[in-house]
Design a protein around this ligand. Structure first.
Ligand SMILES: [Mg+2]
Length: 200
């Protein structure tokens, strides 16, 4: 088994942070649900997609320190290190946001991994050269191929179901918000504890 793992919304949990910033900027009503999807859908439906895009740049660029890993993900990494299951982090991330201030999004993501102790041998234990931020989805797919992943874990079914996704790689959907309960083309997991049970 050789596992590839997506980064945003698979390792990093952004629930709460988008809601907080949107409230601070007076973009959403107070009673809105706190998930990232709820904030995005509200702004989209309200014709304010640009505000959403700018907010993503802000969160991914300068507010990463307020974001936590999903519960259990560090334990999962640690387990894989102990049992010698090779892991790669393979993500699609542009270098700079599409709009707004020109943060270095790759640098922010690398720092976050350091600060959350993903590279410490007593914590996540993943080597720094096993982390890839690719600037297009095509390159992300190519990286999954060249790393030789046997399994890939991602929060987006539309990515896993792309026609050129390598057919010999098992596709695991990380779905903590239970948005895709009816999906039958992908193996679906609701928590990192469930994924840990699957591999142990
Ligand atoms: Mg993702």
């Amino acid at each position: 088994m050789l596992l590839g793992i997506d980064f945003d919304n698979t390792i990093v949990c952004y629930d709460g942070i988008f809601h907080r910033i949107a409230l601070e900027q007076d973009l959403i009503p107070k009673g809105l649900a706190t998930s990232k999807d709820a904030v995005r859908n509200y702004l989209r439906d309200d014709g304010r997609e640009d505000e959403w895009t700018k907010m993503q740049g802000l969160v991914y660029g300068s507010k990463m320190d307020s974001c936590m890993p999903y519960p259990g993900v560090l334990d999962f990494f640690h387990f894989c290190k102990e049992t010698e299951i090779p892991l790669f982090i393979i993500s699609h991330k542009t270098r700079h946001p599409f709009m707004g201030e020109k943060y270095d999004l790759h640098k922010a993501a690398y720092s976050w991994l350091e600060n959350q102790r993903f590279h410490d041998s007593e914590n996540g234990g993943i080597e720094r050269n096993r982390v890839f931020f690719e600037t297009t989805k095509e390159q992300k797919i190519e990286r999954i191929r060249t790393c030789g992943c046997t399994h890939f874990i991602d929060d987006l079914p539309e990515f896993l179901l792309r026609p050129n996704f390598p057919g010999n790689v098992s596709r695991w959907l990380f779905d903590p918000a239970k948005n895709y309960q009816g999906i039958n083309k992908l193996r679906r997991f609701e928590s990192w504890q469930d994924i840990l049970s699957e591999v142990s």
